[in-house]
Structures are given as C-alpha cells and as structure tokens.
Design a protein around this ligand. Structure first.
Ligand code: 0O2
Length: 234
C-alpha cells in the first residue's frame, strides 16, 4: 500500500525540513481562515433565512482540516509531489465544511444564496441529491474559492462544502463508519451489505421527501413564505 512509502525515512536537511514545515503550517493557516470565513457566511445566511420562519434552515455546521496523513496519502496515490505548492494546486478538499440542513430545499436555497455572493467563486458542483451515487449517497458538493484577508494580501482559498439534510447525513455518517473506504468489495457477503445500505438510503430519502412535502403543506396552510424548486437555479 502506498501509505507504507510514507513511513520510510526521508533524506532531507534539518533546515529544509524546518522551512518545509513552516510553509506547510502557513498553508494550513490559510485553510483554517477559509474555514472560518465560510462558516461565518453560512451563519449569517442562517440568521437571515430564519426571519419569518419558526426555525433556522441550518441544523449544524462542521468544519475540518484534512489530516497530514490523508493529504500525503492522496498526493501519493495521485503520483503528485509532496510539496506545499502541489497540495495547494491539486487538492480541493483540504478545507472541508459540512452543512446539515433541515430540508432538501434549505440545501439549495442556502447554496444559491452563498453562490450569489460576489466574493465566492464556484469551481465545481457535484449534485448527488438530484443524481444520487449508485450506493445511495446523497449530498450537494460545492468546490468554491473564497478570499481571506491577511496582513498585506488577499488570497483565494479552495474549500469543499458538503451540504445535506439530517436524513442524508444520518445515512452518510453511518455508511462512512461501517463501509466507506474499507476495501471489502471482494469479500463474501458484500452484495448483501450493499443491498441493505442502498435500501436504507432509499428509505431515508423517502422519509425526507415525505417530511418535505408535509412541511410545504403546513407552510401553505399557515401562509408561510416558501420557495420551491431551488435546484433549477444552481
Ligand atoms: P473522507 O474520508 O470523508 O475525507 P476528490 O475529492 O474529488 O478527489 P471524489 O471521490 O471524486 O474525490 O470526490 P466526491 O465524490 O466529491 O467525494 C468527496 C467526499 O464526499 C468524500 O471524501 C466523502 O467525504 C464524501 N463521499 C463521497 N462519496 C461518498 C459515499 O459513497 N459515502 C460516504 N459516506 N461519503 C462519501 P473522501 O476524501 O473520499 O473521504
């Protein structure tokens, strides 16, 4: 496995090692700042979108910096050099934000509102809600670039944003724990595991759909303002 290569001793001078470590730490600080900026943007939108409704559209926001060993593993797997420049240029998920929303429409309305901001540049969208993965995974992934303001400069930093409902997150978090990246594809019983997980994903999507419809019914009954079909605008 490639990760074994990472355990071999590196022949590097102490000063080069320290310079490299400082550059790495600086880069991670940029990503950390971008996480804070992105989280704040969502918190502001959450406050604004909650006006006139009984509850906020965001259930929770989690941020994470990719671990050094995961960065090294991904770079090695792709045959890329382990340098700060190569990491910055090639990886889009060093800074990760996960936004858990109440309803599917909240996912799209928040995503649209974020992308309307003139300092947010959309690099890539993967809509696994409209087009779920074969295993049943559902989530809206946005790769964006947002600016951070340092002492003497403005830097554009890439952030991966995963947005999904509570039901989608329930499935994805459990599936991540019990199967994702476990390399069990060739083991006996894998098909049954996949069938069961797909069934859970479909049931959880049906539950989500019914909750969304019920929410819309209540909004219509009480005259609450709702906008449907947000995905058409992404
Ligand atoms: P981890 O351990 O969560 O960090 P890329 O990032 O573009 O090189 P990929 O796979 O093309 O890789 O990107 P994609 O499809 O947008 O997936 C990125 C992340 O979404 C994954 O990160 C997972 O966090 C999540 N994800 C994607 N597919 C699944 C899935 O089937 N199940 C679960 N539970 N999560 C998924 P990592 O780095 O693969 O993993």
């Amino acid at each position: 496995m490639e990760i074994e290569n990472l355990k071999k001793p590196l022949h590097i001078s102490p000063s080069d090692f320290l310079a490299g470590a400082m550059d790495y730490q600086r880069l991670m600080t940029y990503y950390q700042c971008a996480l804070m900026e992105t989280e704040t943007k969502f918190k502001v939108l959450n406050e604004q979108l909650s006006i006139g409704r009984e509850a906020n559209p965001i259930e929770s926001i989690k941020t994470r910096l990719k671990k050094p060993v995961s960065i090294a593993e991904k770079m090695t797997r792709r045959g890329l050099p382990l340098t700060v420049d190569a990491i910055e240029e090639n990886l889009t998920d060093v800074a990760g934000v996960r936004v858990i929303c109440t309803f599917r429409d909240d996912v799209y309305s928040l995503a649209n509102s974020l992308l309307q901001q003139d300092d947010v540049r959309l690099l890539k969208v993967k809509d696994y809600i409209s087009n779920p993965k074969d295993n049943g995974y559902r989530s809206l992934h946005l790769i964006v670039e947002i600016p951070i303001y340092l002492l003497n400069e403005r830097r554009e930093v890439k952030v991966e944003i995963q947005m999904r409902t509570i039901a989608m997150d329930f499935w994805a978090s459990l599936e991540h724990k019990i199967r994702y990246k476990k390399n069990i594809e060739k083991l006996d019983g894998y098909e049954e595991i996949s069938r069961r997980l797909k069934l859970c994903a479909d049931q959880s999507a049906a539950l989500d759909e019914m909750m969304t419809e019920t929410h819309l019914m209540i909004c219509k009954m009480t005259g609450e303002d709702v906008q449907e079909d947000w995905e058409a605008q992404l």
